[in-house]
Design a protein around this ligand. Structure first.
Ligand code: PEP
Ligand code: MG
Length: 755
């Protein structure tokens, strides 16, 4: 028996020696708990490991009855040990038996012990087990003892994660680290992906946990902190980061934390206890993550996230892991997992290997979600805390439509999804077979199906879906993914390429719709309280005509004598459309003078997505060549509910009576003025909603490429006239209270429609 005292540093040295000895796992653990008890002068030291069935199994003990090891279990939340694990928090009691959660296990002989100190064994914010010391005498353990226990727990966590403990655990169980987990987030795109986790921000692997020389480690920490502080200052002062305010805010928060005396002190204390500088960062980071998981206030959770990111940066400086792009060599069926990421970062990955992405943050209309959709990737957002729960290499399944993520799925879940994928593949083959059939309803109404697009990469899909063209080309995507403002020549090249791929099929190029949630990383902008209602889109374009004129010029040059369709977004009053037309005219005139070929036909369309325009249709429509309804924004503004805020965005049915009446108003007006009208918001790609649109007379629908097959199938099977009559009657005055959705559901059943 080793009887040593001498504080945590001595203990850690002994632990290191024990880990290096050629011992069997159980022997090693027995020796470790003995060392802890001796070093801390306690009668008991016990180590519990959390199993995948949620039970905490006693793995080793000095002091409790030997026969209770691997026999005694407590459920999460049960007893003091269960409470520590469930709350990921320390429990320090003079008289444990009087605590309401005390659960007596006769086989352990535990009732004799009064003083109790238990700490969670944490790794990456996950509870892996609990470490406990007990004394017969009533006493209060000091802060330094708690700290020593937490330090030791850091080492034990690493042992659980890296040693083969599975052979010690009760047969049929596994350690909790590999437990399957399910996350319910929000759907960014439809589709199912089975693959392998790749952490966008890979965890830094700490190899050296125990300090050889405390002073050396402190110096390493100080040097790394200084280096990190300087790099944050450089980023803050540097022009590149002068873009979106949230980037700046995050950096300001980093700077604040990096200079936070409390944080630095805790790091330094962990080194005093015998940890290496990087293990000290990880030890303090574990607390942050555990607090993060417990935290319900989203603001505080975000700040803890920032602190966690900062700790990662510090670890990289310490370990010399420069966050190289090595992780960009992806396995097949890679699924990226990140707290958040920008579209440009997503595009840096090898797209041939990438099947999907999961984010902890983000809204359905976030840039990265739009890009993921354009690339046909499966994407789920708002999967809370997933980053700290997974490791690169874990199996993962994304159920895009349901917004569900299965991490380390069980065999039956894998089977169920593999079956689903097979069915989906069959359905896709079925849709592919429809692509050359004319898109006409059973009663002879032609419905033009078009793509929403934005990247050249997604245009070849026109051939696969048989769509008639591109109803909405979001030109801002090129700007969002570039590292600096695209030049005239770059814009021209992209538009020309898009037209070349589309061939005879028309492409509607929407003028830059930036601002709101679509900020450009390289552009200086004023912070706005409500960016969705701020200086965005055509408002910005008209205020900075240089940018707009360059884009118009690029479009005219790209057309190179071919027909050209330009769409003006976010028009709020007719004068904005008129001013845009004047700019287009000026550019045409410029081109004519230069002797360059003019578009054989130039059409300028208006987007209806701000409600105000609904009451100016008779002034506006005679001036426009075509109309396109943007239901995403129109519904957002009609209902005063942020489209990216999941707490309100689903409160109002977009095809509820008032919204559908608004849409019908525009359809009727377009018919009066005999100009084509298209729906290019998300509604057009959803079968029931598309049926509502056709029911009010809409015959041109533009949607994500993946939706074309299902909508085509619907078109081919529907008898539209009776539905139009029934919806028309419901929408007419005096019929309030009728639920359009319910009415359509009844028609779907009656006509046995594939919805
Ligand atoms: C819309 O608002 O419906 C639309 C198509 O535009 P975006 O989603 O790009 O704002
Ligand atoms: Mg819009």
């Amino acid at each position: 028996m080793v009887t040593t005292t001498g504080g945590p540093r001595v203990l850690l040295r002994q632990l290191r020696e024990t880990m290096a000895e050629p011992l069997a796992s159980q022997e090693r653990l027995d020796k470790i708990v003995g060392l802890i008890a001796d070093n801390m002068h306690t009668d008991v030291c016990s180590f519990y490991v959390l199993r995948d069935d949620g039970a905490l199994e006693l793995f080793a003990s000095k002091g409790l009855a030997a026969e209770s090891v691997h026999m005694t279990t407590l459920r999460l939340g049960e007893g003091l040990v269960g409470l520590i694990a469930a709350e990921a928090d320390v429990l320090n009691l003079d008289d444990a038996t009087s605590h309401p959660s005390f659960a007596y296990r006769p086989e352990t002989g535990e009732e004799r012990y009064n003083a109790f100190l238990g700490v969670p064994v944490l790794r990456a914010g996950q509870t892996l087990g609990v470490l406990v010391v007990q004394n017969v005498a009533r006493r209060h353990y000091g802060e330094d003892e708690t700290e020593a226990m937490l330090t030791t727990a850091t080492i034990l966590a690493e042992m659980i994660a890296t040693s083969d403990f599975a052979n010690l655990i009760k047969p049929g169980s596994d350690i909790d680290l590999r437990r399957p987990r399910m996350f319910t987030g929000v759907s960014f795109t439809d589709g199912i992906a089975l693959g392998t986790v790749v952490l966008h921000d890979p965890r830094v692997v700490v190899a050296n946990f125990i300090a050889e020389d405390t002073e050396v480690e402190k110096l390493r920490l100080e040097t790394a902190l200084e280096k990190m502080r300087v790099s944050i200052d450089v980023m803050l002062d540097h022009g590149d980061m002068a873009g979106p305010t949230d980037h700046r805010e995050i950096l300001e928060t980093y700077r604040m934390f990096a200079n936070d005396r409390g944080w630095v002190l805790r790091l330094s204390e962990a080194i005093d206890n015998g940890l290496s500088a990087e293990a000290a960062v990880e030890r303090v980071q574990n607390d942050t993550r555990a607090r993060m998981l417990r935290q319900t206030d989203p603001y505080i959770r975000d700040r803890l996230h920032d602190l966690d990111d900062l700790a990662n940066r510090l670890l990289r400086v310490l370990t010399g892991d420069g966050h190289a792009l090595a992780h960009k060599a992806l396995p097949d069926n890679a699924i990226l997992v990140a707290r958040n990421m920008g579209p440009a970062e997503l595009l840096e990955y090898d797209r041939t290997k990438l099947r999907g992405i999961v984010l902890e943050e983000g809204g359905t209309t976030a840039h990265v979600a739009i890009v993921a959709r354009s690339l046909g990737m499966v994407a789920v957002g708002r999967a809370q805390s997933i980053v700290s729960m997974c490791e690169t290499g874990d199996d993962i399944i994304l159920d895009g439509a349901a917004g569900i993520v299965h991490l380390r799925p069980t065999a039956d879940i894998v089977q169920a999804y593999a079956d689903k994928v097979r069915v989906t593949a069959k359905r896709r083959a079925h849709y592919a077979a429809l692509k050359d059939k004319p898109s006409v309803t059973k009663d002879g109404v032609g419905i033009t199906l078009l793509h929403n697009s934005g990247l050249v990469a997604d245009l070849p899909m026109l051939d696969d879906t048989g769509a008639a063209g591109v109803g909405l080309f979001r030109t801002e995507l090129q700007f969002m993914i570039a590292s600096k403002l695209p030049k005239l020549s770059e814009q021209t090249e992209l538009y020309a390429e898009a037209m070349a791929i589309a061939g005879d099929r028309p492409v509607v190029f929407r003028l830059l719709d930036i601002g709101g949630d679509k900020m450009l990383p390289y552009q200086r902008s004023m912070a706005e309280e409500n960016p969705a209602m701020g200086l965005r889109s055509i408002r910005l374009g008209l205020e900075r005509p240089g940018l707009l004129r360059t884009q118009i010029r690029a479009l005219l040059l790209a057309a190179n004598g071919r027909p050209l369709k330009i769409l003006v977004p976010m028009v709020t009053e007719t004068f904005e459309f008129v001013r845009t037309r004047r700019l287009v005219d000026k550019e045409v005139e410029r081109l004519r003078r230069a002797g360059a070929p003019l578009p054989s036909r130039l059409e300028l369309g208006v987007m209806i997505e701000v409600p105000s325009l609904l009451f100016e249709l008779d002034q506006l429509l005679p001036l426009a060549d075509f109309v396109s309804i943007g239901s995403n924004d129109l519904v957002q503004f009609l209902t005063a509910s942020d489209r990216a805020n999941t707490r309100v965005a689903k409160n109002y049915d977009p095809i509820g009576m008032p919204r559908l009446r608004a849409i019908r108003l525009v359809v009727d007006a377009a018919r009066r003025y005999n100009i084509p009208i298209t729906m290019c918001g998300e509604l057009a790609g959803k079968p029931l909603e598309a049926l509502a649109l056709m029911a009010v007379g809409m015959t041109r629908l533009s949607m994500g490429p993946a939706s074309v097959g299902p909508i085509k199938e619907l078109v081919l099977n529907v008898d539209l006239k009776p539905i139009q009559q029934s919806v028309g009657a419901a929408l007419s005055d005096g019929a309030d209270g009728v639920a359009i959705r319910q009415l359509l559901e009844e028609w779907i059943v009656r006509q046995n429609l594939p919805v």
